[in-house]
Design a binder for this molecule. Structure first.
Ligand SMILES: Nc1ncnc2c1ncn2[C@@H]1O[C@H](COP(=O)(O)OP(=O)(O)OP(=O)(O)O)[C@@H](O)[C@H]1O
Ligand SMILES: [Mg+2]
Length: 364
């Protein structure tokens, strides 16, 4: 496996502990490998509004494929169409060769789905939640216990099996739902934002669980997220979706390499003059500059060290104090800005400002 030369250097999310199941292999994409999922020119319209707009991609067997995009991008709508939950307006989706519109039952037998909202029953124990699902999916009685035991072990919930679900933390409940979604041995697993709302440690725990599961079961995973670091660490390939359209699709490293500039300088200045953004643009090797407010600038450059030296010299000769300065490799944030013209985090903040309060007990 190639080393990830773009690995981030200053990151808020702790790296997973080393050990079996924590480092996910990222295989090189093989277009000739069999497809687990094929999506061809798929469209979803609600009246005049197009929620998903002519999206095509294929997910190869054994891949972890990420759909990355802001709120309202169309991620859940895509998953709902692929998993037979809502009709497709035009185009088609195939699950292991089965057209979901023509052979929904054949497709359903092969998939596990973890919807965005938590759906486990709060009044039941962990084991009861698992067991009901296994019965619903017609898992033969003699296989049920074995499957439940194995999955609870993989998501590290064995010792809580008799605990009432309402007593679990958000992260544990997510892990229960992941285990429950696999109880009937699906080969293709859809997870819609499995870590949204979890604290960083619980998020990493979920990633580790998925790694564990993939080591024990032959599984193709399609996961949606709006966390860049999660997509980067977890996914073999990432499709960036924005306003219902697929705007970029590749391996995380290739996406980062596709953005002009290889380093990002984040610098905060005290009272920068009005033309500071333009002046930063003139520094050697700079490909783009974004003013993020409060004197903070994000500068993309093809040569981090040379630009940093020039930037500090310019600040000193112009009498503009530098309050903070960091240099890092390009991240998926820069990829998102490059392909959409916007910061993903700004989009999320806008959306969260209007989020309805959650029903008590349903969220971590
Ligand atoms: N049943 C519906 N009727 C009308 N519009 C809908 C319906 N479901 C979704 N939409 C709209 O389609 C767009 C895509 O929604 P979707 O839920 O797929 O986004 P998402 O990427 O999953 O976002 P989030 O990150 O918030 O979950 C949004 O603008 C949404 O308001
Ligand atoms: Mg969604």
């Amino acid at each position: 496996m190639m080393a990830d030369v773009n690995a981030k250097t200053n990151h808020a999310i702790p790296a997973p502990a080393s050990g079996p199941g924590t480092t996910l292999e990222k295989p090189v994409y093989d277009p000739t490998a069999p497809s687990a999922i094929e999506v061809e020119h798929i469209v979803k319209k609600y009246g005049d509004f197009t929620a998903v707009d002519d999206v095509s991609f294929s997910v190869k067997e054994g891949e972890i494929f990420g759909l990355l995009g802001p709120n309202g991008a169309g991620k859940s709508t895509l998953i709902r169409m692929m998993t037979t939950l809502i009709p497709i307006t035009s185009g088609r989706a195939l699950i292991a060769g089965h057209d979901v519109a023509k052979e929904p039952n054949a497709a359903r037998r092969l998939i596990g789905v973890i919807p965005q909202a938590l759906t486990s029953d709060l009044d039941l124990t962990i084991e009861e939640n698992m067991s009901i699902y296994a019965k619903l999916y017609d898992v033969p009685a003699k296989e049920r216990k074995k499957s439940i035991d194995e999955l609870l072990e993989l998501v590290d919930l064995t010792k809580w099996r008799d605990a009432a679900t309402k007593t679990l933390s958000g992260g544990m409940r997510r892990r229960l739902e992941i285990a429950r979604g696999l109880v009937h041995h699906p080969s293709i697993f859809f997870l819609d934002e499995p870590t949204t709302g979890l604290d960083p440690v619980s998020r990493v725990a979920v990633w580790e669980m998925l790694g564990n599961i993939k080591e024990h079961r032959k599984l193709t995973i399609l996961i949606t997220t709006h966390y860049m670091d999660e997509a980067d660490r977890l996914c073999d390939r990432i499709a960036i979706v924005d306003h219902g359209k697929l705007v970029a699709l590749d391996a995380p490293m290739a996406l980062k390499a596709s953005v002009p500039g290889s380093n990002v300088i984040e610098a905060q200045f005290e009272n920068p003059p009005a033309d500071w953004e333009q002046r930063l643009h003139t520094l050697d090797a700079v490909t783009s500059v974004q003013h993020e407010g409060a004197g903070m600038f994000r500068v993309l450059t093809g040569n981090g060290s040379r630009t940093t030296t020039e930037l500090v010299e310019m600040a000193v000769t112009s009498g503009v104090p530098v309050k903070s300065l960091s240099v890092q490799n390009t991240t998926l944030d820069d990829v998102f800005v490059h392909y959409t013209g916007r910061q993903l985090r700004d989009e999320l903040q806008k959306a969260y400002a209007f989020v309805m309060p959650q029903r008590p007990g349903l969220q971590p």
